[in-house]
Design a binder for this molecule. Structure first.
Ligand code: AQP
Length: 332
C-alpha cells in the first residue's frame, strides 16, 4: 500500500478552495493508501500569526478535517510541530536546495508581495520544509491543489540532489495527485486569483463555517459578467469568474461542467447564483454540524492529535535517523 502525505496550514478558516482542491480528496485515500495528514503550524508562522489565534485555528483546522471525513483511526492525523523530525530534515534540505531553485518559486513572490526584503526567511525556505514533510515519511503521493505543483517539483529536485550528492537511492520520487474539476478554485472577487484563506477580503472566499446567509450574500456579490451562460465549455474561456462559479457548482454537485452548461444555457447569473447558493448551503450543513460537535470537546480532539503525532513520529524517526547517518552526523 503506498503512502500519501498532505498538509494544510492553520492560517485561518479553511476555504471552499482548500476543501474542493485538497481536503475532500484526502478522504477516499484513507481507504486505499496509508494516509498521513498534518496541520502544518510550522508553515503557518512563515507569516505573522497571533499566538492565541494560531492555537485556536490549529484545533479548528484539525476539527474541520475530521468533520470533512478524515477518521483519526483510519489515517494518521497530527500537528506538524508535534513531530520534530520535520524541522530537522528541513534543515538538511536547506543545505541541499539551491538559492536559484527557491528564487523561481511563484508562491514566495505572491506571498512576499512588493517588499521582498521584509519577508521572513522562513517564507523563502517554505518549499524545503514542505519537501521534508513528505520525504520524512518516504511518501510517494501527495494530494494537493494545482497551486502546489511547483513546490512538489522542487521536492523532487531536492530528493534527487540528496541521492546524487551522497550516492544513495534513499528518497523516493513524489507524484502529485491533482484531482477533480475544482483543482483550482478562484477568488469570488477576481477570477484570476486563487481563493485563499488569508486574502484580506472575506468577500473573496467561502469559509467552511460561513452561515447560509453569508454564503448567499457572498455568492450574490460574486463578480460575474453581463453575458448569459453559454451551452458549451469553450464559451467560458475568456470568462474566468463565470468559469469559476460553474466549476464550483460542478464540484459540489458531482456533475460534469458541460452537463451543467447544457442545463443552464441562456440563463443570466441571477438564477444560476441561487442554484449555487442552495447547493453550497446543503453541502456544507452536515460538515458544519459535525465541526460544532467536535469543538465542544477539545480534550478528545487533543488526545486524537497526540495519538496521531506518536504514530507519525514512529514512521518518521527511523527515516530521519538514516538520513542523519547518510549525511555523516554522529549517532546520538
Ligand atoms: N483556491 C484553491 N483551489 C484549490 N486548492 C487550493 N488549496 C489552497 N487554495 C486552493 C489547496 O489547499 C491545500 C492546503 O493549502 P495550505 O493551507 O497549506 O496553503 P495554501 O495553498 O497557501 O492555501 P491558502 O488557503 O491560500 O492559505 P494561505 O492563505 O494561508 O496561504 C493545498 O493542497 C492547496 O493546494
Amino acid at each position: 500500500m503506498s503512502r500519501v502525505f498532505s498538509g494544510i496550514q492553520p492560517s485561518g478558516v479553511p476555504t471552499l478552495g482548500n476543501y474542493l482542491g485538497a481536503i475532500r480528496n484526502w478522504v477516499p485515500l484513507q481507504e486505499t493508501h496509508e494516509a498521513i495528514y498534518c496541520v502544518v503550524d510550522l508553515h503557518a508562522i512563515t507569516v505573522w500569526q497571533d499566538p492565541a489565534d494560531l492555537r485556536r485555528q490549529t484545533r479548528e483546522m484539525a476539527a474541520t478535517l475530521i468533520a470533512c471525513g478524515l477518521d483519526p483511526q483510519r489515517c494518521t492525523l497530527f500537528v506538524q510541530s508535534h513531530v520534530r523530525a520535520h524541522a530537522e530534515l528541513a534543515w538538511i534540505f536547506n543545505c541541499i536546495a539551491r538559492l536559484g531553485w527557491l528564487n523561481r518559486m511563484t508562491q514566495f513572490k505572491d506571498k512576499a508581495g512588493k517588499d521582498r526584503e521584509a519577508a521572513s526567511s522562513g517564507l523563502y525556505v517554505y518549499p524545503n520544509l514542505m519537501a521534508a514533510d513528505i520525504l520524512v515519511y518516504h511518501a510517494t503521493k501527495v494530494p494537493v491543489g494545482e497551486d502546489q505543483k511547483q513546490h512538489l517539483e522542487l521536492a523532487n529536485d531536492i530528493a534527487e540532489k540528496f541521492n546524487h550528492d551522497y550516492g544513495v537511492d534513499f528518497f523516493p520520487h513524489i507524484d502529485p495527485l491533482i484531482q477533480g474539476v475544482a483543482a483550482r478554485v478562484m477568488s469570488l472577487r477576481d477570477g484570476t486569483k486563487k481563493m485563499s484563506k488569508s486574502d484580506p477580503s472575506d468577500q473573496s472566499r467561502i469559509n467552511l463555517n460561513d452561515s447560509p446567509d453569508d454564503i448567499a450574500q457572498k455568492i450574490r456579490r460574486a463578480k460575474t459578467d453581463p453575458e448569459p451562460l453559454p451551452d458549451h465549455l469553450a464559451g467560458l474561456e475568456a470568462r474566468p469568474e463565470a468559469r469559476n462559479l460553474v466549476g464550483i457548482l460542478a464540484a459540489v454537485t458531482g456533475t460534469l461542467p458541460e452537463n451543467l452548461l447544457r442545463e443552464h444555457a441562456g440563463q443570466g447569473f441571477g438564477a444560476f447564483k441561487n442554484t449555487l447558493t442552495d447547493a453550497l448551503v446543503a453541502h456544507l450543513a452536515p460538515i458544519q454540524a459535525e465541526l460544532k460537535r467536535l469543538l465542544e470537546d477539545p480534550a478528545s480532539l487533543d488526545a486524537a492529535l497526540r495519538l496521531g503525532a506518536e504514530r507519525a513520529g514512529a514512521v518518521a524517526e527511523p527515516i530521519l535517523e538514516k538520513a542523519r547517518e547518510i549525511v555523516g552526523f554522529l549517532p546520538r
